[in-house]
Design a protein around this ligand. Structure first.
Ligand code: GDP
Length: 365
């Protein structure tokens, strides 16, 4: 499953948010492929379409698709130089697909801020700098080695050196690698380095519990928005403390609590949806009488690869897929109607799966 790593300075609310995530967590029985690790929280991706499909098909069970959050604590100023357990934590970031950067936007005299005052931009820059320094180290090391091999006249190495120089220059100017334009070939040339600042980021602006409904009026949130806009990053205002309370409730109690707070949905749901967008993910569905289920794929995946998300056998033995769009299925009301309308398509190996496709795979074992 795909993973987002939660980072941020100490005392900004990471653990509180992560605890809310694990509390709200998914039944792991449904997700045997997810990591079992105390630092990983598995969440179900909220999707209204799944509710509708369940009404239509009335299956024995409904299974949402899942997403993982990893708690990456311990990044402090100096982490890239190995302070604290810095380097070890930075290494954990290499394994995630995206970064959720929690920034403190709440004031509370009782909770110490590591730098003595609430200043979300300075917090962001502190963490970013550590990641940039760690990347610079990787890039320079690699550059030294590649330059030595340049004499061999290998074009691939010459290209790599060119890309590395470009990346190094950006990092020296405090620009994360995600902030520079790279062609696909350039990305491939540096892929092995697993750079930290190439990962997409979203900022979770942690506001105090009495500001959840009016987070946009919070001056710190406004600053984070301004900063994020320049980076093309998304901001999700959230109150970690409130999320922890929401996570303890279920069903109607939860709905009532959200209504009291003046919220349409939990911050956690918004965070999950934003992470999904950030990673360019799509959802397709399988809808049988036994089970209606959502599956996560990357945008652009073809039918066999999408089938492989269910089981590698499905990919290996892929023959064809029966496909109907979610909208067509809902408009038709049942598979039979959709078939009569000619809206159930047979697609082959080259079909690029669309968000909301309802699919049935035919395959050889
Ligand atoms: P971490 O070090 O980033 O993991 O931060 P924690 O989650 O441990 O939070 C540090 C302290 O801030 C704890 O005492 C939390 O209860 C408190 N805290 C977290 N979020 C909020 C919030 O929205 N409002 C207030 N007042 N306190 C919060």
């Amino acid at each position: 499953a795909l993973k987002a790593g939660i980072v941020g300075l100490p005392n900004v609310g990471k653990s509180t948010l992560f605890n809310a995530i694990t509390q709200a967590g998914a039944e792991s029985a449904n997700y045997p492929f997810c990591t079992i690790d105390p630092n990983v929280g598995v969440v179900e991706v909220p999707d209204e379409r799944l509710v509708k499909l369940t009404e239509l098909v009335t299956p024995n069970r409904t299974v949402p698709t899942a997403f993982e959050f990893v708690d990456i604590a311990g990044i402090v100023r100096g982490a890239s130089k190995g302070e604290g357990l810095g380097n070890k934590f930075l290494a954990h970031i290499r394994e995630v697909d995206a970064i959720v950067h929690v920034v403190r936007c709440f004031e509370d005299e009782n909770i110490t801020h590591v730098d003595g005052k609430v200043d979300p931009i300075s917090d962001i820059q502190t963490i970013n700098l550590e990641l940039i320094l760690a990347d610079l180290e990787s890039v320079e090391k690699r550059l030294d080695r590649s330059k030595k091999n340049l004499k061999s006249g290998d074009k691939k190495i010459a290209f790599e050196v060119e890309v590395l120089e470009k990346v190094k220059e950006a990092l020296y100017n405090d620009t994360p690698v995600r902030g520079i334009e790279l062609t696909d070939d350039e990305k491939i040339a540096i892929r092995e380095l697993h750079l930290l600042t190439i990962k997409p980021v979203l900022y979770a602006a942690n506001v105090s519990e009495d500001e959840v409904a009016s987070a946009e009026d919070n001056k710190y949130v406004a600053k984070v928005r301004e900063f994020a806009a320049a980076e093309n990053a998304e901001v999700v205002p959230i109150s970690a403390k409130v999320e922890a309370e929401i996570a303890e409730l279920e069903g109607e109690d939860r709905d009532m609590f959200l209504e009291e707070l003046g919220l349409e949905e939990s911050g956690l749901n918004r965070l999950i949806k934003a992470a999904y967008r950030l990673l360019n993910l799509y959802t397709y569905f399988t809808a049988g009488v036994q089970e209606v289920r959502a599956w996560t794929i990357r945008k652009g995946m073809k039918a066999p690869q999408a089938a492989g998300v269910i089981h590698t056998d499905f990919e290996r033995g892929f023959i064809r897929a029966e496909v109907v769009s979610y909208d067509d299925l809902v408009a038709g009301g049942s598979m039979n109607v959709v078939k009569e309308q000619g809206k159930l398509r047979l697609e082959g190996k080259e079909y690029v799966v669309q968000d909301g496709d309802v699919m049935h795979f035919r395959f050889n074992v």
